[in-house]
Design a protein around this ligand. Structure first.
Ligand SMILES: [Ca+2]
Ligand SMILES: [Ca+2]
Length: 536
C-alpha cells in the first residue's frame, strides 16, 4: 500500500487528487497542524495500472482551500509528510527553475552573490576554438557563452532553440508573472551565444563539443579541447525560428528594462539570413560525429521550416513566406508536446496567438485544442492519472510539455479538464509518481541527490545544483547493464515500466537534466500561478 501526492503542496484553488495503491481502504482524511481532521473523503477505485501492476484508488480533496499546513492520513501506518496549501512553494519553484538556466551558463563566472555555494570561476570561454576535423576548415571561431545543454559540457543549437523559444513563450504568455524575474536576462544570455553560432554565409553551426566525453569534474578542470562543427539545416532553422520570435520579444513594451530594439532588429536580420541559407541547403544533416557529444539526429526538417516560417511571417508579413507557410500548414501534424526533433507545435502556438490571418489562427487553435482533448482523455483513462502510454527518455519533459500545450489552449478555452492537465502534470513531476520522487533538484527531501550532471558532481557541494528537472521514468533503460557494457543495474523496484527511474549518477537515461525539460517546466509553473492570478 502506497500513498502518492504532490510533495510541494497545492494551490488553494487547484484540483487536489491523491493516489493510494493496492489497498482496500476506501476513505482518507486530511489533518491540520494540530492533527485535527479537517476533511474526509472516499478513495475511489480507478483500475489496474499495467505500468506497475498496482491497483489504484483516487482521493479528491479539491474543496479544501484554506491555506495552511496539512497531512494526508490513509491509516495509522500510512500518512504523508506535512505539505502546504498555498502558493509560496510554486512561486519559489518558478524562480528556482529559471535560476537553473543561470547555473547552466558556460564561459562566465557564476558569482557568489547570485550562485551562492555553487559559485564557480569562468571556464570553457570558447572565444577562439578550432573547427572539428569534419569541417575541413582553418582558423578559430568565437562561440563564447550559452548554456550547457544537459549533464555534459556540450552546447547544441538544435536543443537550445526549442528551449529558448519555450522560455520566450513563457514571457509572452505570462508577462505579469515573470516580469520581476531574471527570465529575459537569461534568454538574452542564450541568444547572444546564438548570434555567435552563425557563419558569415548565414548558416548556423550545430554544436560546440569536447573531443571526448569529459569526466565528472568541474568545467575549469576539463582537459579535452573544444571545437565547433556541423553547419546544418536543423541548426539553421532552430536559430531562425527562435531569433524571429526574439524580434517580437525584445521590442515588446512588456520587456521593460530588457527592451532593446536594436538587438531585436539584429535578431530578425540574422533569422532571415539563416532561413535563406536553409532554403538553399534544405537537407544538410546533423554532424555524425558522436565522440564527446550527443547526436540530436533529426532528418525531417519540414516541421522546422514550418516553425521558422510561422515566426518570420508573423514578424514580417512577407507574402512569399506567407504562401509557403499556408502550403506547409496543410500537412503539419499537431503533437502533444514540443521536442527537439519535432517542432511543429512551436509553429502552431505562434499562429494561434497572431491575428494577422484569422483562418490560420482558427486552424491553429482547433489543432491545439484537439491535441489537448486527447491529452485529457489520456489522463482520465489512465488509472495513475498520467497521460503517458510509453515512458521514453525524458518523459518528465514530455509531461511538462503536455502541461504547456494545455496551458496555451487555456488562453482562449477555459475548459476545467485543461486546468486538470496542468495541475496534475505538476503533481506528477513533484512527487505523485510511482517512485515517490519530486523530480526537480532541491525541491523537496525526495528530490534527486545524484543527477547525471557534471556540474553537480564536479563541485565541492554536497547538494546537487538546484532547480533542474531530471529526465525521469524511462522504461527503455538504455543505461541498463543488460543493454550496455558501461551500464548499471537498476534495483528490482525500479525496473517496472512505470518505475524505471534510478537516482544514480550513472543513470544517464533517467537521471540526467536538460534545458529542454526545464523550459516547459518554467512555462507550466508560470501558467499555474497565472491561472489564479498569483504574481511574484
Ligand atoms: Ca524535425
Ligand atoms: Ca556536488
Amino acid at each position: 500500500m502506497k500513498l502518492r501526492y504532490n510533495h510541494l503542496g497545492y494551490l488553494p484553488e487547484a484540483p487536489k487528487r491523491i493516489l493510494v495503491t493496492d489497498s482496500d481502504i476506501n476513505t482518507f482524511s486530511i489533518l491540520d497542524g494540530d492533527n485535527q481532521v479537517v476533511f474526509m473523503g472516499p478513495l475511489v477505485e480507478n483500475g489496474l495500472w499495467d505500468h506497475t501492476g498496482e491497483w489504484v484508488r483516487v482521493g479528491d480533496f479539491s474543496s479544501l482551500k484554506t491555506p495552511g499546513m496539512y497531512r494526508i492520513s490513509v491509516s495509522d501506518d500510512l500518512k504523508s509528510d506535512v505539505f502546504p496549501i498555498g502558493s509560496d512553494a510554486y512561486a519559489k519553484q518558478l524562480q528556482a527553475t529559471i535560476k537553473g538556466f543561470y547555473f547552466q551558463r558556460s564561459g562566465v563566472e557564476l558569482t557568489e552573490e547570485r550562485a551562492g555555494k555553487w559559485a564557480r570561476p569562468a571556464a570553457h570561454l570558447d572565444d577562439a576554438i578550432p573547427f572539428q576535423a569534419s569541417m575541413e576548415r582553418e582558423g578559430l571561431w568565437n562561440a563564447h557563452g550559452g548554456w550547457y545543454d544537459a549533464g555534459d559540457y556540450g552546447k547544441y543549437v538544435v536543443n537550445a532553440g526549442v528551449s529558448v523559444a519555450t522560455l520566450m513563450h513563457t514571457f509572452e504568455f505570462y508577462p505579469e508573472i515573470v516580469k520581476s524575474s531574471a527570465l529575459l536576462e537569461e534568454i538574452r544570455f542564450e541568444l547572444d551565444w546564438f548570434l555567435r553560432m552563425q557563419d558569415t554565409d548565414g548558416g548556423v553551426f550545430f554544436k560546440v563539443s569536447p573531443d571526448h566525453w569529459d569526466p565528472f569534474v568541474a568545467p575549469i578542470e576539463t582537459v579535452y579541447p573544444r571545437r565547433i562543427l556541423g553547419k546544418s539545416t536543423a541548426s539553421s532553422l532552430n536559430f531562425a525560428g527562435a531569433l524571429a520570435q526574439a524580434h517580437r520579444v525584445f521590442k515588446s513594451a512588456n520587456a521593460g528594462l530588457a527592451r532593446d530594439e536594436m538587438f531585436a532588429n539584429l535578431c530578425l536580420d540574422c533569422s532571415k539570413k539563416a532561413y535563406e541559407w536553409a532554403l538553399q541547403n534544405p537537407n544538410i544533416e546533423y554532424p555524425h560525429n558522436t565522440e564527446g557529444s550527443g547526436l540530436y539526429n533529426d532528418v525531417h526538417f519540414d516541421d522546422e521550416f514550418f516553425w521558422t516560417e510561422a515566426e518570420l511571417w508573423r514578424e514580417t508579413q512577407d507574402n512569399v513566406i506567407g504562401e509557403r507557410l499556408q502550403k506547409r500548414a496543410e500537412t503539419q501534424n499537431t503533437l502533444w508536446d514540443i521536442n527537439w526533433q519535432n517542432t511543429e507545435n512551436l509553429g502552431w502556438i505562434s499562429l494561434a496567438m497572431q491575428d494577422g490571418d484569422s483562418s490560420l489562427q482558427a486552424k491553429a487553435r482547433t489543432n491545439l485544442e484537439n491535441a489537448t482533448y486527447a491529452i485529457a482523455d489520456g489522463l482520465e483513462t489512465c488509472p495513475y492519472r498520467v497521460p503517458m502510454t510509453h515512458f521514453q527518455w525524458g518523459s518528465n519533459g514530455a509531461v511538462a510539455n503536455q502541461a504547456l500545450t494545455a496551458s496555451v489552449v487555456l488562453t482562449w478555452n477555459e475548459n476545467p479538464r485543461f486546468v486538470t492537465i496542468l495541475c496534475e502534470a505538476l503533481d506528477y513531476l513533484y512527487g505523485r509518481n510511482a517512485v515517490n520522487v519530486s523530480f526537480v533538484t532541491g525541491s523537496a527531501p525526495s528530490a534527486p541527490k545524484f543527477p547525471h550532471h557534471r556540474l553537480s558532481i564536479g563541485d565541492q557541494v554536497e547538494e546537487p545544483v538546484p532547480g533542474l528537472l531530471v529526465g525521469g521514468v524511462n522504461e527503455d533503460r538504455q543505461d541498463d547493464l543488460s543493454k550496455t557494457p558501461r551500464g548499471l543495474t537498476y534495483p528490482e523496484e525500479n525496473s517496472k515500466p512505470g518505475t524505471a527511474y534510478y537516482d544514480h549518477v550513472k543513470a544517464y537515461a533517467s537521471n540526467e537534466i536538460a534545458i529542454n525539460w526545464n523550459a516547459p517546466l518554467v512555462f507550466a509553473l508560470a501558467a499555474l500561478l497565472n491561472q489564479w492570478g498569483i504574481k511574484n
